[in-house]
Write a protein that binds this ligand. Structure first.
Ligand code: FAD
Length: 472
């Protein structure tokens, strides 16, 4: 049995683990990373990055098809060469994961390929191809991430029934695609497939798509799905499927009635579950909650001494940038920074649908629940010169502020490039900015961020480029 000693051992090399490892090394620690699959985790290999590559290609195709309105005539159809598209996506993944591996090397971070399990305080066992390695560690950071939830009747075989992973490596564009689950992953991928030629149906068990998303923003996406011809069945439960001829016949129950859909491909995206099983947690006295999440404090310490948890395994929201920030905090805490703490006030959430949705901070109902008297400012992209020049005028920016103090409590947006615009709102929340701060920041013209500024002005009834009747 091989033995190793590490000041810090990190289990999992996703955006939580690899960021934590690099920061711990920057702070002078001797770091060992254990990864059972691929460096980069879900995010770089089969999550954020590959999905955004496909989505970017689908959006470019659609823009080219719409360019006639701008006087740009395209001869012929835009054809999709699936193998080239998937290859291009793969090349981006390779560059990024190769970059992480090279940073590991340059920081002197050692990696072991294998499945890690805690084996009592200060001890970790790694089962790899060549046997077991025992690691004696000073501090451990668990960054084991999550995996897709499988529902009865729809076992992932990545042939007939795709998980998101299968949908990111297609061999063809299915003619008819049924997406089970109207959350962000299902809709992002469903819209991509619609753009490249699939007839898409989305089945969602809850009464609305994008559960948990600011309701006005979700409504804009709902309308856009309808305009694209994507059929959405809400309050509908997918029960199972059978193969008939070359087709997949899916049975769905909606309002007590059975409905049947004949499709060529099923994509099941009903949520993700934390990877906290078989980790030896019991050997250090950690008990995950009923959903499998590991509880942590502000420094991402678990209930066990010298064991930290970050990323998807440490609770919602399951987002890459939340995992990375937690990684930085845990590494700093291990290196002795007593002020290091994770502040959840400004975690942006972006949905790369078309139009995109981005949110940070409290919605209006959440602000009321927390005892604030919220005031709202809203400005539409339809009144933005920049949005018009891009021929993308759908959506709005909404600022939620505290009436008493003028402090920005939340910003919610749906429309063009809001995935980029949300950064300014995140900074506003992080700094405890007021509406006046946002409104009096001089924004370059003509740009989309002017819409954020005008939404802030609208909180005070002073937006210049829309008419706001005087308030009593
Ligand atoms: C299709 C898709 C699109 C997404 N898009 C976005 C997006 O646009 N933006 C965003 O913020 N988030 C997105 N996410 C979510 C994002 O990928 C996750 O929140 C993020 O990857 C979590 O990071 P993590 O470090 O906690 O874990 P992961 O990235 O899941 O990495 C965990 C790693 O730990 C390894 N591991 C697990 N157990 C062990 C063990 N016992 N021993 C050794 N290694 C182990 C795994 O192999 C894995 O590599 C998306 C997810 C999917 C599936």
């Amino acid at each position: 049995m091989a033995e190793k000693i590490a000041e810090v051992v990190v289990v999992g090399a996703g955006p939580g683990g690899y960021v934590a490892a690099i920061r711990a090394a920057q702070l002078g620690k001797r770091v060992l990373v254990v990864e059972r699959d691929q460096i980069g985790g879900i995010c770089l290999n089969v999550g954020c990055i590959p999905s955004k590559a496909l989505i970017a290609a689908g959006s470019l195709k659609e823009r080219i098809e719409r360019a006639g309105k701008l006087g740009l005539k395209i001869a012929g159809k835009v054809e999709v060469d699936v193998a080239t598209l998937v290859g291009w996506k793969g090349s981006i993944v390779k560059q990024l994961t190769g970059g992480v591996s090279s940073l590991f090397k340059r920081h002197g971070i050692e990696t072991i390929a294998g499945d890690a399990k805690l084996a009592g305080p200060g001890r970790l066992e790694v089962k790899g191809k060549d046997g077991t390695t025992v690691v004696q560690y000073g501090d451990a950071i668990l960054a084991t991430g999550s995996r897709p939830i499988e529902i009865p009747g729809f076992k992932f075989d990545e042939k007939d029934v795709w998980s998101s992973t299968g949908a990111l490596a297609p061999s063809r564009v299915p003619k008819r695609l049924l997406v089970i689950g109207g959350g962000y992953i299902g809709l992002e991928l469903g819209i991509f497939y619609s753009k490249v030629g699939s007839a898409v149906t989305v089945v969602e068990m809850l009464p609305t798509i994008l559960p948990g998303t600011e309701s006005d923003c979700a409504l804009v996406v709902s309308k856009s799905l309808a305009k694209r011809g994507i059929a959405v069945r809400t309050n509908a439960k997918a029960l199972g499927y059978e193969k008939k001829g070359g087709a997949l016949v899916v049975t769905v129950e909606k309002d007590g009635q059975k409905e049947v859909f004949e499709v060529d491909q099923i994509l099941s995206t009903v949520g993700r579950r934390p990877n906290s099983e078989n980790l030896g947690l019991e050997t250090v006295g950690i008990k995950p909650d009923a959903k499998g999440f590991i509880a942590v404090d502000a420094q991402r310490r678990t209930s066990a001494a010298h064991v930290y948890a970050i990323g998807d395994v440490a609770g919602q929201p399951m987002l890459a940038h939340k995992a990375s920030r937690e990684g930085l905090v845990a590494a700093a805490a291990i290196a002795g920074d007593k002020s290091a703490a994770f502040d959840p006030v400004g975690i942006p959430a972006v949905i790369f649908t078309d139009p995109e949705v981005a949110s940070v901070g409290l919605t209006e109902p959440q602000a009321v629940e927390k005892g604030y008297t919220p005031v709202i400012g809203r400005f539409p992209f339809a009144a933005s010169g920049r949005a018009m020049t891009r021929d993308e005028t759908e959506g709005f920016v909404k600022v939620v502020a505290d009436k008493k103090t003028d402090v920005v409590l939340g910003v919610h947006m749906v429309g063009p490039d809001v995935s980029e615009l949300i950064a300014e709102a995140g900074l506003a929340l992080e700094m405890g900015a007021t509406v006046e701060d946002l409104a009096s920041t001089i924004h370059a013209h003509p740009t989309l961020p002017e819409v954020v500024m005008e939404a802030a002005e609208a909180v005070h009834g002073m937006a210049v480029h829309i008419f706001q009747p005087k308030r009593a």
